[in-house]
Design a protein around this ligand. Sequence first.
Ligand code: ADE
Length: 985
Amino acid sequence: MTFGNRFFVSLFLGITISRFSRCNQVVLLDTTSVLGELGWKTYPINGWDAITEMDEHNRPIHTFQVCNVMEPNQNNWLRSNWISRQAAQKIYVELRFTLRDCNSIPWVSGTCKETFNLFYHEMDEAHSVKFKPSQYTKIDTIAADESFTQMDLGDRILKLNTEVREVGPMTKKGFYLAFQDIGACIALVSVRVYYKKCPFTLMNLASFPDTVPRVDSSSLVEVRGACIDHAEERDTPKLFCGADGDWLVPLGRCVCSIGYEEIDGSCVACRPGFYKAYAGIIKCSKCPPHSFSYGEGASICRCEKGFFRAEKDPSTMACTRPPSPPRNPMFNMNDTCLMLEWSPPSDTGGRRDLTYNVQCKRCGPGPNQCQLCEDELRFLPRPLGLTNATVTVTDFSSHANYTFEIESLNGVSDMSTFPRQVAIITVSTDQGGPSLVGAVKKDWASPNSIALSWQQPQETTLPITDYEVKYYEKEQEQLSYSSTHTRAPSVIVSGLKPATWYIFSVRTRTAGGFSSYSPKYEYQTTGDSSDMASDQGQVLVIVTAAVGGFTLLIILTLFLLITGRCQWYFKAKMTSEDKRRTDYQNGLVPFPGIKTYVDPDTYEDPTQAVHEFTKEIDPSRIRIERVIGAGEFGEVCSGRLRTPGKKEIAVAIKTLKGGYVERQRRDFLREASIMGQFDHPNIIRLEGVVTKSRPVMIVVEYMENGSLDSFLRQHDGHFTVIQLVGMLRGIGSGMKYLSDMGYVHRDLAARNILVNSNLVCKVSDFGLSRVLEDDPEAAYTTTGGKIPIRWTAPEAIAYRKFSSASDAWSYGIVMWEVMSYGERPYWEMSNQDVILSIEEGYRLPAPMGCPVALHQLMLHCWQKERNHRPKFVDIVSFLDKLIRNPSSLLPLVEDLQSLPESPAEDMDYPMFISVGDWLDSIKMSQYKSNFMAAGFNTLDSVARMSIEDVRRIGVELIGHQRRIISSIQTLQFQLLHEQEKGFHV
Ligand code: ADE
């Protein structure tokens, strides 16, 4: 007996078939959108029946029905047309159907079925030969599900089911689908066949083409983006195409080229009057003062007439001009010194590198009788490149007229073709001063003395008060000289070295001042004298040597102290052990009275642990909204959770991908069994699990700001020290709770801390505490374990001794990550080097701006002896004290190391390397062209750069800015040190 088709005809009246497709699905067949006949084949002829109904929009609903429930041995086939596969590797078949419950049909037991079978057959083209079921491969047996739209038909309940099956990999050009009925009462309402693709998209100024995902749902297709017009690659832009046609994990990006800025996802040329000198995520800037750009897309603004840019001026700086001349030159003269002074120019030309040159001319009575006279005079400190508006002149002659021309200069003076303007001052030294003495003769010489005499000047208007005899060792080339005064025209100069040539010169003094010096005379002392003198000499040598040696020792010690401090890491000061340690404090025995953690692995049946520690959630209460990440087991999504009688809350949902094996399901749910045992404001809260339907899910509270490491990197420098300490306090408190429960985390790191919208930090990632498989930082040790080396205590690396004390070590590293806004611990050092340096006693230095108290706590956490490390209870109470007394956070580590000891990171740079070599040495080679383009092409100029300069030349990544700045501090220190050495010579 056949149940007539009329039964179904009435059934579909009133059903609305939703016809939709998502942009990441390419539909190969949709029976709901075929307007004409479908033309599918049925075998035998009296099996499946094709019925076409019209929906409310007058579009056909093609249905196929069969209901031979009374007759045994049914074998009815329905075959689709040939469907082209296109680019699909894996296809999805979505079936909508109703299936009548056999219980609702009387007298059918034994013959009535409640399933049908879905088959496919791959072919390169459509064929018209006879249908052979044996060629078809079975996809699945399809049964009605329960959780679907219900239609109440009087006393009968019928459900519209939707089932989706995946088929692949497909290899031929197309395929047929076939439906086998073996005695059920079915109405096939729609068949939709599609494949998934990640659709063309633009992201980070790069375009990514339509991409078909891999058949293997666990691997992603890496797609490299192409930069859009006027953009260039910064870090290779990439996206990963996931199995579900979603783009995941954007990496790298393009940035707008020079002369272009990013507006609404494209690169637009800078307007006239604006420029952009570097490729990067910066906007076009207005031309600096006294410069202009006429056209669009300018990379630099040109200087107005009469204004210039010095070679080292960055393009961001205003154009400048030479200064006006100095004002109000004045002099002040006494017997020996002529002091020239002037006021700075009224216009510095817009620059700060103002200097002065003083030129001397000695003029005779007639016109044009001037000669340059710098060589005759001594200028203190020097005649050229003066930075103060004053110079002292000595050794001038009496009876002379000197003209001094004082010029102001700046960094662009050489570029201007305008004649230079100077301030002029004329000084007459003719004040009735005395004349020169006659020849100076040697009367006698001994090893330590020389007696000299000379003729008095012929004419003197004023009486001679005395003579000045100036002398110095010939070898020393007048680096310093001594002088002695005598009233008589003779002198015995004593205290000289034996057998040494000396230069002598004499001048007279009257009430009118000094005469010029006499010409220079060279005389020698005689050879060595008595033994005693020689002994004294030796004693002197020894004493001098001893004093010199001691001084050298002090200088060396100071130098070593300074440079020792400047090592990028330094030996931590180890304090003595605090002996109040108990087993509890060692993380071995939980605190009495506190609930203890139960390891789910101790359950014979781990599902039992899931039941015990977690709540099962009905999936209808969960609304998934977005994919926010990809985990080891599947995607992580955000969404909402409804709980009857409570406010809907935001949640994160970790999913377990289809196709898992039992071990993966167990490992996945292990995290929930652990998390479900915790209840603390600084531990991520488990809302529940979905285990009774697919996909299996873990639902936890949603943390708006994601993981702490990337959050800090995105907000470099944005928080007060108190805010950072507040975050650390939260993490410490969560860890105290865990250690009180007897739980050892083993992978405490900023990447495993989540941050909510109130900056509350919560410890997460518990599933991995035993295996660490999912942590990209975890590396295999020689003993075969997988460990995040940079975060792990030495005893845990060496012999897997994990404890709350090893968690305390990791906590110290988290402190360092927080205070350095997400810098990578030990930077680019290899894991092996990290292990060796730690073993040698070196520890991470304080990050920039880190209070001393916090670095001390870090060092405390990094004590080699694990029992010496602070317990989490100590850590939390220490941080509480700091928060209550914020002035304790004021002393910064750099304050204690004020220059020249300050550089934070201290690789030893050989001096005089090029800027390129220096950038190579700090692994920042990619910025060479930025430095060169901005004129920073000597280490000297680099050493003067500020953080603003570094940003302005196009270094955008905060981590890179920090690395460059901290290396520049080292350079500054070295240059200072070089200068000091030069100064002492
Ligand atoms: N990523 C992983 N877990 C998360 C959570 N709970 N909230 C936000 N982002 C997450």
